[in-house]
Design a protein around this ligand. Structure first.
Ligand SMILES: NC(=O)c1ccc[n+]([C@@H]2O[C@H](COP(=O)([O-])OP(=O)(O)OC[C@H]3O[C@@H](n4cnc5c(N)ncnc54)[C@H](OP(=O)(O)O)[C@@H]3O)[C@@H](O)[C@H]2O)c1
Length: 330
């Protein structure tokens, strides 16, 4: 199907008129170069999208760009023989809405080296309920596994548990056989967290310490929050457990001591979803479409919006008010 001369895109500008974003009409040749053109079916909203769309974080490195770090749709034109018209593909991160145009548009032009053929076992919709958030949670589990994390070490803590990464981590970790303790500042969503796989729900202050060492209560965990919570998690992790650091929803600080590392052999694993090597990306999506596929994707997709509704979603997210994942439908 031919691409229309002009189509809708949620574009971000920063020029003499200031930082601004919204829906406008663009042409396919306005977009950054790439080998495949897709008709977008879904995108999603991540914390980084909210920072980029509002200008509250320095995400974009050139302007203007179409927003949206995640995208899934059907190929309508390909200049790479590895992809053909009609293929269902997805891209997460990989410079979208950072150095090249992203997924908040009716059509996207993508670099084929970052595109993944939709794995059997996932629909386009499911792939974007997962998006960067699900990829990040699964990448954390992959790295923990590689570093000998087992359910026998004890429960995995997930901070920022009602968020996108947090909710998917709760579901994925429990699907993979781990007991999950969800740490959240939203007690009103305790039932939600239990329903998606948490066996315990703890308040943010339950970790309660920034002392270098405490009695060990977690096998390890995934931290989406940073600052004192990450320090507490390290201090309460069992010998040779792993703590994966993925986010900074509260703070980018890390005021820790080396004690958990040198007394208990605890490992701090860095998780960077954007730009993950192709072989690791393929392994993560393989897991996400099979043995680690979350069992509660419909419950985690708490909101579905159109491009014009994005500004309101961004504000709620940056205020810490969202929960679960917001799916964008084109
Ligand atoms: N490393 C990577 O590759 C990667 C990939 C994706 C996201 N991230 C990062 O991971 C974090 C989560 O992203 P997301 O898309 O899941 O965002 P999100 O949906 O907005 O979730 C963030 C959650 O963090 C908690 N939170 C927010 N403000 C807090 C505060 N001041 N103190 C303590 N907890 C707070 C909230 O959960 P509760 O109310 O349940 O506590 C909130 O729902 C962000 O920092 C994001 O930049 C990193």
């Amino acid at each position: 199907m031919p691409i229309p001369a002009r189509f809708d895109a949620f574009r971000i500008h920063n020029d003499d008129a200031g930082y601004r974003s919204g829906v406008e009409q663009v042409a396919i040749d306005d977009l950054a170069q790439g080998e495949i053109d897709i008709a977008v079916v879904h995108s999603s909203v991540n914390f980084k999208d909210a920072l980029a769309g509002t200008g509250k974080g320095k995400i974009l490195r050139r302007f203007p760009l179409v927003g949206g770090i995640d995208v899934a749709g059907h190929v309508v034109a390909s200049r790479d023989p590895a992809f053909k018209e009609g293929d269902a593909v997805l891209v997460t991160g990989s410079g979208l809405s950072e150095v090249r145009d992203g997924g908040y548009a009716q059509y996207a032009r993508l670099e084929s080296k970052w595109a993944t053929l939709l794995p059997a076992g996932l629909s386009l919709r499911e792939s974007m309920i997962l998006g960067t958030a699900g990829f990040t949670a699964a990448l954390a589990l992959l790295r923990m596994h590689e570093n000998r994390q087992t359910p026998g070490l004890g429960p995995l803590a997930v901070t920022g548990a009602t968020g996108g990464v947090g909710s998917l981590a709760v579901d994925i970790f429990s699907s993979a056989g781990f007991e999950v303790h969800a740490i959240s500042g939203k007690p009103e969503h305790a039932d939600y967290l239990t329903s998606i796989g948490a066996s315990e729900v703890l308040g943010r202050d339950a970790l309660g310490t920034t002392r270098p060492m405490e009695s060990a209560r977690f096998g390890g965990g995934l931290d989406n929050v940073g600052g004192p919570m990450l320090v507490s998690l390290l201090a309460q992790t069992v010998p040779y457990g792993n703590v994966a650091s993925a986010g900074l929803a509260a703070s980018a600080d890390l005021g820790a001591t080396v004690m958990p590392f040198i007394i208990r052999g605890v490992s701090l694993l860095g998780i960077a979803s954007a730009g993950t090597a192709r072989d690791i990306r393929d392994r993560v999506w393989q897991h996400l479409s099979t043995d680690w596929k979350p069992r509660h994707l419909d419950a985690i997709a708490t909101r579905e919006v159109r491009l014009s509704e994005l500004p309101g979603v961004f504000d709620t997210m940056l205020e810490g008010g969202s929960f679960g994942r917001t799916l964008v439908t084109i």
